[in-house]
Design a protein around this ligand. Sequence first.
Ligand SMILES: [Zn+2]
Length: 177
Amino acid sequence: MFYADLSPYDYSDEGETFTDVTDGMRFVAFQPAYERLNIGWLEAGFSWTSGQASQDFGRRLLAVIDAQQVNAMLGLHECDLCPTSLPDTHPWYTPRPGDRRASAGTGEIRVPGSPGTVFAAPSLIGHYVVDHGYMPPQQFVEAVLAFDLYGAWPPKCPGIRFPWVPEEAVLRRVDDE
Ligand SMILES: [Zn+2]
Protein backbone atom coordinates (compact mmCIF):
# COMPACT_ATOMS: atom_id res chain seq x y z
CA MET A 1 0.00 0.00 0.00
CA PHE A 2 1.09 3.54 -0.63
CA TYR A 3 0.99 6.48 1.79
CA ALA A 4 2.70 9.77 1.05
CA ASP A 5 5.66 10.59 3.26
CA LEU A 6 4.66 12.75 6.25
CA SER A 7 0.92 12.16 5.78
CA PRO A 8 -1.03 11.23 8.93
CA TYR A 9 -0.99 7.50 9.67
CA ASP A 10 -4.39 5.85 9.66
CA TYR A 11 -3.58 2.31 8.58
CA SER A 12 -4.64 0.85 11.89
CA ASP A 13 -6.77 2.58 14.52
CA GLU A 14 -6.62 -0.43 16.78
CA GLY A 15 -3.90 1.19 18.83
CA GLU A 16 -0.30 0.07 18.83
CA THR A 17 1.07 -3.32 19.70
CA PHE A 18 4.73 -3.14 20.45
CA THR A 19 7.29 -5.92 20.69
CA ASP A 20 10.88 -5.39 21.71
CA VAL A 21 12.58 -8.20 19.85
CA THR A 22 15.86 -7.84 21.74
CA ASP A 23 14.61 -8.80 25.19
CA GLY A 24 11.47 -10.89 24.95
CA MET A 25 9.10 -8.07 26.02
CA ARG A 26 6.23 -8.78 23.67
CA PHE A 27 2.84 -7.53 22.64
CA VAL A 28 2.53 -4.42 24.77
CA ALA A 29 -0.75 -2.89 23.61
CA PHE A 30 -1.63 0.76 23.98
CA GLN A 31 -3.49 3.64 22.43
CA PRO A 32 -0.91 6.06 21.09
CA ALA A 33 -0.77 9.43 22.83
CA TYR A 34 1.23 10.84 19.94
CA GLU A 35 0.58 11.78 16.34
CA ARG A 36 1.86 9.29 13.77
CA LEU A 37 3.33 10.38 10.43
CA ASN A 38 3.84 7.97 7.55
CA ILE A 39 7.30 7.35 6.16
CA GLY A 40 8.41 4.88 3.52
CA TRP A 41 5.13 3.29 2.46
CA LEU A 42 6.30 2.79 -1.12
CA GLU A 43 4.44 1.08 -3.91
CA ALA A 44 5.16 0.62 -7.58
CA GLY A 45 3.35 3.22 -9.67
CA PHE A 46 3.70 5.99 -7.08
CA SER A 47 6.66 8.34 -7.12
CA TRP A 48 9.19 8.32 -4.34
CA THR A 49 12.49 10.08 -3.71
CA SER A 50 15.74 8.32 -4.38
CA GLY A 51 19.12 9.39 -3.12
CA GLN A 52 22.30 8.25 -1.49
CA ALA A 53 21.71 7.69 2.23
CA SER A 54 24.77 7.99 4.43
CA GLN A 55 26.23 4.73 5.74
CA ASP A 56 25.62 5.98 9.25
CA PHE A 57 21.92 6.49 8.56
CA GLY A 58 21.57 3.06 6.93
CA ARG A 59 23.29 1.34 9.81
CA ARG A 60 21.22 3.11 12.48
CA LEU A 61 17.98 2.52 10.60
CA LEU A 62 18.67 -1.22 10.39
CA ALA A 63 19.45 -1.27 14.12
CA VAL A 64 16.10 0.41 14.85
CA ILE A 65 14.31 -2.13 12.66
CA ASP A 66 16.04 -5.05 14.31
CA ALA A 67 15.15 -3.84 17.81
CA GLN A 68 11.41 -3.31 17.55
CA GLN A 69 8.32 -4.62 15.88
CA VAL A 70 5.06 -2.69 15.92
CA ASN A 71 1.68 -4.07 14.85
CA ALA A 72 3.28 -7.20 13.45
CA MET A 73 -0.10 -8.93 13.42
CA LEU A 74 -1.23 -6.78 10.50
CA GLY A 75 0.56 -9.20 8.22
CA LEU A 76 3.34 -9.59 5.71
CA HIS A 77 4.20 -6.74 3.36
CA GLU A 78 5.99 -7.68 0.16
CA CYS A 79 8.08 -5.21 -1.81
CA ASP A 80 6.63 -4.61 -5.24
CA LEU A 81 9.50 -2.42 -6.41
CA CYS A 82 11.58 -5.53 -6.98
CA PRO A 83 11.39 -6.49 -10.67
CA THR A 84 9.94 -9.93 -10.02
CA SER A 85 7.72 -11.28 -7.28
CA LEU A 86 9.28 -13.55 -4.73
CA PRO A 87 9.23 -17.22 -5.79
CA ASP A 88 7.22 -19.44 -3.45
CA THR A 89 10.34 -21.44 -2.76
CA HIS A 90 12.24 -18.42 -1.44
CA PRO A 91 11.78 -17.84 2.33
CA TRP A 92 10.27 -14.35 2.74
CA TYR A 93 12.69 -13.40 5.55
CA THR A 94 15.82 -14.12 3.47
CA PRO A 95 17.27 -11.41 1.21
CA ARG A 96 17.18 -12.03 -2.51
CA PRO A 97 20.57 -12.69 -4.13
CA GLY A 98 22.48 -9.39 -4.24
CA ASP A 99 20.22 -7.68 -1.66
CA ARG A 100 21.10 -6.84 1.93
CA ARG A 101 17.60 -7.04 3.36
CA ALA A 102 14.62 -9.32 2.79
CA SER A 103 12.07 -8.00 0.30
CA ALA A 104 9.16 -8.90 2.55
CA GLY A 105 8.57 -8.04 6.15
CA THR A 106 6.02 -8.03 8.92
CA GLY A 107 5.08 -5.07 10.98
CA GLU A 108 6.24 -1.54 11.36
CA ILE A 109 8.65 0.61 13.31
CA ARG A 110 8.22 3.80 15.29
CA VAL A 111 10.84 6.54 15.51
CA PRO A 112 10.28 9.50 17.85
CA GLY A 113 10.07 12.77 15.94
CA SER A 114 9.46 16.23 17.31
CA PRO A 115 7.66 16.22 20.69
CA GLY A 116 4.26 14.55 20.39
CA THR A 117 4.92 12.96 17.02
CA VAL A 118 6.42 9.70 15.84
CA PHE A 119 7.28 8.44 12.40
CA ALA A 120 5.46 5.26 11.39
CA ALA A 121 7.25 3.18 8.76
CA PRO A 122 6.90 -0.39 7.52
CA SER A 123 9.76 -2.68 8.53
CA LEU A 124 10.43 -2.97 4.80
CA ILE A 125 11.84 0.56 4.85
CA GLY A 126 15.28 -0.97 5.49
CA HIS A 127 15.06 -2.87 2.20
CA TYR A 128 13.81 0.26 0.41
CA VAL A 129 16.77 2.31 1.67
CA VAL A 130 19.64 -0.14 1.30
CA ASP A 131 18.46 -2.10 -1.75
CA HIS A 132 16.38 0.41 -3.74
CA GLY A 133 18.05 3.73 -2.89
CA TYR A 134 14.95 5.26 -1.26
CA MET A 135 15.81 8.52 0.47
CA PRO A 136 13.36 9.42 3.25
CA PRO A 137 12.64 13.04 4.21
CA GLN A 138 15.41 14.80 6.07
CA GLN A 139 13.46 15.08 9.33
CA PHE A 140 13.13 11.30 9.43
CA VAL A 141 16.86 10.86 8.75
CA GLU A 142 17.62 13.22 11.64
CA ALA A 143 15.14 11.45 13.92
CA VAL A 144 16.75 8.06 13.24
CA LEU A 145 20.23 9.46 13.89
CA ALA A 146 18.98 11.03 17.14
CA PHE A 147 17.03 7.95 18.35
CA ASP A 148 18.77 6.57 21.42
CA LEU A 149 17.82 2.89 21.21
CA TYR A 150 19.42 2.18 24.54
CA GLY A 151 18.31 5.30 26.35
CA ALA A 152 15.90 5.70 29.24
CA TRP A 153 13.03 3.26 29.27
CA PRO A 154 9.59 4.28 30.43
CA PRO A 155 8.88 3.09 33.98
CA LYS A 156 5.48 1.79 32.92
CA CYS A 157 6.89 -0.80 30.53
CA PRO A 158 10.45 -1.61 31.49
CA GLY A 159 12.35 -3.15 28.62
CA ILE A 160 10.45 -1.40 25.85
CA ARG A 161 12.94 0.75 24.01
CA PHE A 162 10.50 3.43 23.16
CA PRO A 163 10.09 6.61 25.10
CA TRP A 164 6.42 7.37 24.65
CA VAL A 165 4.41 4.47 25.87
CA PRO A 166 1.56 6.32 27.56
CA GLU A 167 0.62 5.83 31.20
CA GLU A 168 -2.62 4.05 30.33
CA ALA A 169 -0.86 1.43 28.20
CA VAL A 170 -2.15 -2.09 28.68
CA LEU A 171 0.75 -4.39 29.27
CA ARG A 172 0.24 -7.81 27.76
CA ARG A 173 2.97 -10.43 27.82
CA VAL A 174 2.89 -13.24 25.32
CA ASP A 175 3.08 -15.67 28.31
CA ASP A 176 -0.33 -14.39 29.46
CA GLU A 177 -2.09 -15.64 26.35
ZN1 LIG B 1 12.40 -4.65 -3.34
